[in-house]
Design a protein around this ligand. Structure first.
Ligand SMILES: Cc1ncc(C[n+]2csc(CCOP(=O)(O)OP(=O)(O)O)c2C)c(N)n1
Ligand SMILES: [Mg+2]
Length: 580
């Protein structure tokens, strides 16, 4: 928006000049719009309240949350889903700090995100004179993100956003911090000069083509395999090179294992999917090709018991050269963006790529079929109170019937068991706790998924996990989003059965028995259902998904059903003294 004011030139000048003006508020909005950023997730307050109002008035979608951390998680997952930086807007110090966990999470998970925070007066902050919400935010953000910038002059807003956008999405994506001091917003400048100062970022994430020699080296290693395995990570899902990846995996003939958020890139029921034979393929493969997956703790660092004794060779596709050899030697590093690398691999494979040895494919298939058959009867039980398998069996069928719905998932048992049981059929439909296993991504992810894709969302939440972002049910009702939340309510963290032997305080892992989370949703006008059996759960979820109405289903799970830390109990340190 432009204003016209009469401005008197130098003292004594007779002539009044009329010029169009713009200011910091409008330049921020114009910079976002120019770069196709049409949604902001945040919490209002000094100094960014008017920025939110003005952005909304200019056609940007402004989603106002109850806590910045949830807005930040929404922005992070919006980045993953769209390949554009998700923007989170916060106030200074406490709002900034609340958003910072999500910024660090985005960086760790390689999701493009920009945390834009208002900040207090530099002159006062730097002299530590006790300004309103005083904090040196730039210095604090720096170690937690990929890049951090501060803009002091309205004329630099265009450059500031261009740098932030480029840093967030180019190379390995990540979180970026952009500090906008309060004074900046009101700064006025000539509108035409302001327009010219804006930057439209051209080719924000340039293709990074792999060296042909690296492509051939990788194919030589893959061809030499007797027991090849391809592991698809969430980097492969992020790349949106779905057809090329599928063509490559199918041409290779190798079994593939999807990491959690890569599930559905190829359907979990694809004949080459080795998801149900995970321990066998990790142990027995002789050549492992990682595509957008890192050899971090989630893959046991590529060594040790999980990976068996037989020698292995690794091929790794990643955009970040420093990822290579992070944990074990990489025989064939393939540095480049996944779309370019996979396309180059397909070209170089030619028309008659040999199938992997049949005994390997049969061994994987037998193991997979055995495990699926073992699991099947457990998923069909109709116990009340429910156990995890009975409840998940129902959700598994619902997702099969509604493959374009987005599944959000967090918890411990609720996460680990849902990941194994619920098959995914399409890319980027499973959103979860990511690399850190962070509780609290639930409602932010569900909201962003609904907003960015327009698809229905099913959020499967442990009762503890849900609590981290539960107040956002109001946000869900306020924007009337098609989100169905199912809370696996087992009265606590991992289980609801712990007892405190020495006082009347509850044990640290247990919650109020028989809590009714469904009432929370009703408080804000959404639908609440209490489901005590798989049949009830099925009816309630189907009704919610059909209606598109915000719904929360309190699924009553046997408090004794879970195990400590779900599938990763082995990571708990043990006290020898405890057992004395
Ligand atoms: C931010 C954060 N705080 C704490 C934890 C530790 N933690 C891991 S799982 C979990 C909750 C598990 O309980 P619930 O969500 O109810 O799932 P359940 O195992 O009971 O199904 C917690 C608190 C974490 N991962 N992230
Ligand atoms: Mg629980």
């Amino acid at each position: 928006m432009l204003n016209t004011v009469a401005q008197t030139e130098a003292p004594g000048a007779e002539q009044e000049l009329t010029q169009e003006l713009t200011d910091g508020f409008h330049l921020v909005i114009d910079a976002l719009k120019l770069n196709g950023i049409d949604t902001i997730y945040g919490v209002p307050g000094i100094p960014i309240t008017d920025l939110g109002r003005m952005a909304q008035a200019e056609g940007i979608r402004v989603l106002s949350f109850r806590h910045e951390q949830n807005a930040g998680y929404a922005a992070a997952i919006a980045g993953f889903l769209t390949k554009k930086p998700g923007v989170c807007l916060t106030v200074s110090a406490p709002g900034f700090l609340n958003g910072l966990t999500a910024l660090a999470h985005a960086t760790t998970n390689c999701f493009p995100m920009i945390l834009v925070s208002g900040s207090s007066e530099r002159e006062v902050v730097d002299l530590q004179q006790g300004d309103y919400e005083e904090m040196d935010q730039l210095a604090i953000a720096k170690p937690l993100c990929k890049a951090a910038f501060r803009v002091l002059h309205a004329a630099d807003i265009g450059i500031g956003f261009a740098r932030a956008i480029r840093a967030a999405v180019s190379g390995r994506p990540g979180g970026v911090y952009l500090d906008l001091p309060a004074k900046l917003f009101g700064q006025v400048m000539n509108a035409e000069a302001g327009r010219k100062s804006l930057v439209k970022v051209i080719d924000a994430a340039p293709a990074q083509i792999p060296a042909p020699s690296a492509v051939n080296r990788a194919l030589d290693v893959l061809k030499s395999a007797k027991r090849p395995l391809i592991i698809l990570g969430k980097g492969a899902a992020y790349a949106q090179a779905d057809d090329a990846i599928r063509a490559f995996v199918e041409k290779s003939g190798a079994p593939f294992l999807p990491m959690s958020m890569a599930k559905g890139l190829l359907p979990d029921l694809h004949p080459q999917c080795a998801g149900a034979a995970r321990s066998t393929v990790l142990k027995d493969a002789d050549v492992v090709m990682l595509v957008g997956a890192r050899l971090n703790w989630l893959l046991s660092h590529g060594k040790g018991k999980t990976w068996g004794d037989a020698p292995k060779k690794f091929i790794q596709v990643d955009i970040e050269p420093k990822e290579m050899d992070s944990n074990v030697e990489i025989s064939a590093p393939l540095v480049g963006d996944i779309a370019s690398v996979v396309t180059a691999l397909l070209d170089a494979m030619g028309g008659n790529w040999p199938a992997p040895p049949a005994d390997w494919l049969n061994a994987v298939k037998t193991k997979r079929d055995d495990n699926v058959a073992k699991m099947a009867p457990r998923l069909m039980n109709n116990n009340s109170p429910m156990d995890y398998h009975g409840a998940l069996g129902v959700l598994r069928t619902i997702v099969k019937e509604r493959p374009d719905a987005i599944l959000v998932n967090e918890g411990a048992n609720t996460l680990d068991l849902a990941r194994g049981v619920i098959d995914m059929y399409q890319p980027r439909k499973r959103l979860d706790v990511g690399t850190w296993g962070v509780m609290g991504i639930g409602m932010g992810s569900a909201i962003a998924a609904a907003i960015e894709t327009g698809k229905p969302v099913l959020a499967v939440e442990g009762d503890s996990a849900f609590g981290f972002s539960g107040m956002e049910v109001e946000t869900i009702c306020r924007y009337n989003l098609p989100i169905c939340i199912v809370i696996f309510n087992n009265d606590g963290i991992y289980r609801g059965t712990d007892v405190n032997a020495v006082s009347s305080d509850p044990a640290p892992t247990v919650f109020v028995r028989g809590a009714r989370y469904d009432k929370m949703m009703e408080a804000f006008g959404g639908a609440g259902v209490n489901a005590t059996s798989p049949d009830e759960l099925k009816r309630a979820v189907n009704a919610a998904m059909d209606s598109g109405k915000p719904t929360l289903i309190n699924a009553v799970i046997d408090p004794a059903a879970g195990s400590e830390s779900g599938r990763i109990g082995n990571l708990n340190p043990q006290s020898v003294l405890k057992k004395k």
